[in-house]
Design a protein around this ligand. Structure first.
Ligand SMILES: [Zn+2]
Length: 411
């Protein structure tokens, strides 16, 4: 018989967490290390203790609960994050944490002893909206980010992560690093994209996460009177920048099927209605599942920026802002998820994640894989984010069955 979770309790637990920092419009406002985050952490800690997990909190606030296995083997790790975007949705992150909790509750109810220990986790500040960067807690834990540097990150009021961890009582005593060697990490998350919904799928088997390249261009033109300067006499930084914006809309369609490109911000100096822009800075980003395409996109956009600057007779400077290679999840984790969905007779599809997740960093530490739940219309990071309880439940069961398989896999 294939394991399934207690649906009623699962839905009830999802609703309970959604009330902590819940908004009038049915969304969630639970920024990292806020009072609401403290409240949901207290609740989660109580739930873990009630499920007889041994709870520990590391010095970066990452919360773990451990259920012992029958044998002294490397544990499996399951989880996601309980923080939210400003006025975000109730599923993003929380679904993965609740599913992990319900899994251990189900094992308890059925008196199932696994070979491997099972740990569940709530990562600190996945969202990166109040404090940057995103995936902060898992990044520190995986050794990708330096602890002291991340403690010093500030929100817009100048409050540091370390101060807030201390204030809410979640600067724990354990080192922010893997407490042991882990066998594998599994994370359930909503898709946050339209693919599963558009194809009427029950659940997604995530095979990897797209890589990205981020950068900025600054064009240096010449400020001048917008009325008195003839058109042929202008060196307009904004016009060159605008050419590049248009190209960034076009480049992806000439590269991969999954390539996307965005200009997310523009800054103009002096920024006056009757002055020709002297300086224009645009930031841009490309994402794709392959490194080659990312390199190609980067080369193309630099060429376009140089050509645009030349047409306008001005200078341009390029700055690289970030680079992340695509992640390819490990076969045994991907297979466990795929087999679980098939055992549960769900209609599943392989998907490549367009957004980053804590699994990106966990993948640096051990084998990793992910399950996606269908997002209606692909909407997320808004109060309108929606996944039906049926879809939440299918994805949670898939996580549970896959986790049980890995927890009994002695390798
Ligand atoms: Zn998330």
């Amino acid at each position: 018989m294939t394991l399934v979770l207690n649906r009623e309790r699962f839905v009830e637990t999802m609703k309970t967490q959604a009330d902590i920092g819940g908004t009038e419009n049915g969304g969630l406002h639970r920024l990292a290390l806020s009072d609401e985050d403290k409240a949901v952490r207290d609740w989660f800690s109580d739930q873990m203790e009630a499920a007889e997990l041994s709870v520990r909190v590391d010095e970066f606030g990452n919360m773990f609960g451990r259920r012992e296995g029958a044998r002294d083997l490397e544990p499996i790790l399951l989880g996601s994050h309980l923080d939210s975007q400003p006025y975000g949705g109730i599923y993003d992150g929380a679904l993965g944490v609740v599913a992990a909790l319900e899994f251990v509750r189900e094992l308890n109810d059925r008196d199932i002893e696994t070979d491997r220990p099972i740990e569940i986790v709530n990562w600190t500040n996945e969202e990166g909206s109040r404090f940057q960067p995103t995936l902060q807690g898992s990044g520190v834990w995986a050794g990708v980010h330096d602890l002291e540097e991340q403690y010093a990150a500030t929100d817009e009021d100048g409050v540091t992560v370390e101060e807030e961890l201390e204030r809410i009582g979640y600067k724990g005593s354990e080192p922010a690093e893997p407490a042991t060697d882990y066998d594998s990490y599994l994370e359930l998350h909503i898709e946050q994209g339209p693919y599963l919904d558009a194809n009427d799928k029950d659940v997604g088997v995530v095979t990897g996460i797209v890589g990205l390249t981020w950068g900025a261009f600054t064009f240096f033109g010449e400020a001048n009177h917008s009325g008195a300067t003839p058109m042929h006499h202008r060196s307009d930084a904004m016009v060159a920048a605008a050419d590049v914006v248009t190209q960034i809309r076009r480049i992806p369609s000439t590269l991969g099927e999954r390539t996307v490109g965005t200009v997310g911000s523009v800054e103009i100096e002096p920024g006056s209605i009757n002055v020709i822009p002297e300086q224009a800075t645009i930031t841009y980003g490309f994402r794709d599942p392959t490194v080659e395409v990312l390199h190609e996109a980067e080369e193309r956009v630099i060429q376009e920026a140089e050509a645009a600057a030349e047409r306008e007779g001005i200078e341009v400077e390029h700055e690289s802002r970030a680079d992340a290679d695509p992640v390819y999840f490990d076969d045994r984790c991907v297979d466990a998820v795929r087999t679980a969905a098939s055992d549960l007779e769900y209609d599943a599809a392989d998907v490549f994640s367009g957004g980053v997740h804590d699994a990106t960093h966990a993948h640096e530490v051990c084998d990793a894989g992910m399950v996606f739940a269908t997002s209606e219309d692909g909407k997320s990071h808004t109060e309108d984010e929606y996944t039906s309880w049926d879809d939440c439940y299918s994805a949670a069961n898939t996580l549970a069955v896959a986790a049980l398989e890995l927890a009994n896999d002695e390798r």
